[in-house]
Design a protein around this ligand. Structure first.
Ligand code: IVH
Length: 664
């Protein structure tokens, strides 16, 4: 609840409070209130400052941009300041903005460019001579963190473009929802604090000290501004098509719109708001900009934001409900996760009956108890989260405490120092953990056994058909024949899929084992180093620590895992039952293909497209789908498509299949 400020002391307190929120949001990537609550605080500050101009402090958050610099990077100056945006949640204020623009420019029906407001982190990227040379965060608007190394790892940001002029662009770095969910799942299983939303994850990832780790996060960027456009560009709406020609990432057409009235703007906003929950990334509204760049220059900016633009923000999709009870789930690595069981409620199109509470710290911070009426919100996670308690019952339940024994096996739990997670210590003996491990083992990123869903696993488990991982490979036709709902055909398909999974890539097998802290990325690094199971089983902690991206925690967890005789027996059983992990493809860094970019066209005689791709990547090259000046080779098959002509036009070297064969 926002308190109305009535005294100078109250004003000073509010300034301090907003500054603390700014620090948590911009510098620590860990805000403690929602964007909406924050915006309300700022609105209150603006209201008070208008009423009492004599109270206004020169460092007030309404007067300047709060910095996002973290102290871990060298800073770089912006040639043109990076400003913030005025924002509103109200339709009337959008109308007022349009009228203000018409009045200031003394024109009617001014064209506006409307586009998505990405919920991420602002970044300035600079290319010189076609090369990405610098990337700087907004900082305090005048100078920001130089995160060039990390920006080089942004998935859709090209290292090279085909324009030689100096080009400075601004855009929003974001983490797609799929990557955010993957990252949080890994963090939860590893006992690390999860990111509250994709924005925090994006900002935390962009500011990691280790560029290699940052790269693995799967960051993306959307560019929405070109700082010094060439003379041929006079309107914002020309910028995206211009950048797109250089292979730079910009909004798809459906996400931008031209409008001349508040009505048109608001109707575009409502179309976008309807699409919001099905987008693969998070947005928090739309941005309305005067389209004509000359008009913009005349309108200018305040210290904080340009006069020619405004953000119309969407309130978070929230709902109110009651926490009926709190239960505890056990994950595959033994992490206990509290989950709220809710009175079912509709939230952006689906009925929600559970919300994640993450861990004890989160519950304590929000003081969440059974019986409380709460606000829930979709924060990018598949399972919604509890935002805050709004009402408590008269006789409130006592503070919720994590059980001191595992709710699944009654075994002991432990809370290691420095970790937020509480774990069941029973390991393979905990039934709950085993079930979670089985589910993980067969999942897509691991052994990828199709038709072996959660329901089937739970059923087999309760019937005693499955107890351990190797049991999967001991399942036989006779075991399943008697089961209702399992016809001959489905048994055949399932057993066939189990058989097919017997030759996984080594990293998938290592990942499938469910070792604490070992996600797909770590498993890949380790597999590339050990190359086979024997070496993996005898790997030393020091060897692992020496690998890039593997820290003491991961290395320690692997060694501890492999020292446990239960685990070793299980692995031996799996190998005896015919599991034969495949060695990773060799990377030949000295090869002619190393560092080169390939595009393929036509049909190859000797290889499928994916085989050719594997061969190229195995020799350090890269395959992309469209031709540009930075393509090194066009691999030419029979009946080539239009890429062939384009390659000739761009003078890209053509590599016929025969030559390719010879080179490899
Ligand atoms: S234009 C002078 N366009 O929102 C600032 N900003 O709340 C012009 N943002 O700092 C910014 N999507 O980080 C612009 N399509 C978009 C945007 C966008 C997201 C961010 C940007 C800005 C923040 C302000």
């Amino acid at each position: 609840m926002i308190k109305t400020v009535t005294s100078k002391e109250g004003y000073k307190k509010l300034v301090k409070e907003i500054k603390a929120h700014d620090r948590r949001y911009y510098q620590e990537s860990a805000p403690t209130i929602s964007d909406y609550e924050y915006d309300l605080l700022v609105k209150e500050l603006e209201r008070v400052e208008a009423l009492h101009p004599d109270w206004v402090e020169s460092s007030s958050p309404t007067k300047s941009i709060s910095t996002d610099t973290s102290g871990h990077f060298t800073t770089a100056k912006h040639r043109i300041p990076m400003l913030s945006l005025a924002n509103t949640y109200s339709k009337e204020e959008v109308e007022a903005f349009i009228h203000r623009m018409e009045k200031l420019t003394e024109q009617k029906d001014i064209p506006f460019n409307v586009e998505l407001k990405m919920d991420g982190v602002a970044l300035s990227v600079i290319y010189e001579g076609g090369k990405l040379v610098q990337a700087v965060t907004r900082g305090n608007g005048a100078q920001g963190d130089d995160v060039t190394q990390n920006a080089a790892g942004i998935k859709n940001l090209p290292q090279m473009i085909n324009s030689k002029d100096r080009m400075e662009m601004r855009g929003e770095v974001y983490l797609p929802l799929s990557e955010f969910r993957r990252l949080n799942k890994e963090r939860e299983e590893s006992g690390l604090e999860v990111y509250a939303n994709p924005r925090n994850a994006a900002s935390g990832s962009l500011k990691l000290i280790d560029a290699e780790v940052s790269k693995k996060r799967g960051l993306m960027i959307m560019l929405y501004d070109l700082v010094n456009p060439p003379a041929s560009i006079s309107h914002q709406s020309q910028i995206a098509p211009f950048l797109k020609k250089s292979g730079l990432p910009v909004f798809d057409k459906e996400f931008t719109h031209s409008a001349v009235s508040a009505e048109e703007i608001l109707s575009f906003a409502s179309i976008i708001e309807k699409k919001r929950s099905s987008l693969p990334f998070e947005i928090d509204g739309i941005v309305v900009k005067v389209d004509n760049l000359d008009v913009r220059a005349d309108l200018g900016a305040t210290n904080k934001s340009p006069r020619w633009a405004m953000a119309y923000k969407f309130a978070a999709e929230q709902a109110e409900t009651v926490i009926e009870s709190i239960s505890v789930q056990v994950g595959r690595t033994g992490v206990l996760t509290p989950v709220a069981n809710l009175t079912p409620v509709l939230l952006s199109g689906s009925t929600i009956s559970r919300a994640t509470l993450h861990n004890q710290d989160e519950i304590d911070r929000k003081d969440i108890r059974e019986g409380d009426r709460v606000i829930i919100e979709k924060g990018g996670d598949v399972i919604p989260k509890v935002v805050s308690v709004i009402q408590t019952s008269k006789k409130r339940a006592p503070k919720w405490k994590m059980p001191t024994s595992c709710p699944h096996c009654a075994g002991p739990v432990e809370h290691k120092e420095g970790e937020v997670a509480v774990r069941c210590k029973a390991g393979v003996k905990c039934t709950g953990q085993y079930l979670a491990r089985l589910k993980h083992f067969v999942s897509k990123g691991a052994m990828n056994i199709e038709n072996f869903g959660v329901k089937v696993i739970e059923r087999f488990y309760s019937l005693g058909l499955l107890e351990t991982l190797p049991d999967i490979y001991r399942l036989e036709q006779e075991d399943l024949e008697e089961l209702e709902g399992f016809g001959d055909r489905s048994i055949e398909v399932l057993l066939g899929n189990i058989e097919k999974s017997k030759e996984p890539e080594l990293f998938r097998f290592i990942f499938a084992l469910g070792i604490p802290f070992v996600g797909v990325v770590a498993a890949k690094t380790i597999a590339e180093y050990v190359k086979d199971m024997d070496t993996f089983l005898s790997v030393e902690e020091e060897e692992l620590i020496a690998l890039e991206g593997i820290g003491e925690k991961v290395a320690g967890a692997i060694v501890e895992y492999l020292e446990d005789s239960h685990h070793l027996e299980e692995i031996e059983d799996l190998l005896e039952l015919g599991i034969a992990p495949k060695a990773p493809a060799k990377k030949q860094s000295g090869h002619l293909f190393s560092g080169k970019t390939f595009v393929m066209t036509g049909t190859l005689d000797g290889y499928s497209r994916s085989e050719a791709k594997e061969i190229i990547e195995g020799r350090g090259g890269k395959v992309t789908s469209s031709i540009s000046k930075i393509t090194d080779y066009l691999l030419l098959g029979k009946n080539p498509g239009s890429k062939y002509n384009k390659a000739i036009k761009l003078k890209v070297e053509i590599l016929p299949e025969e030559d390719f064969k010879e080179l490899i």
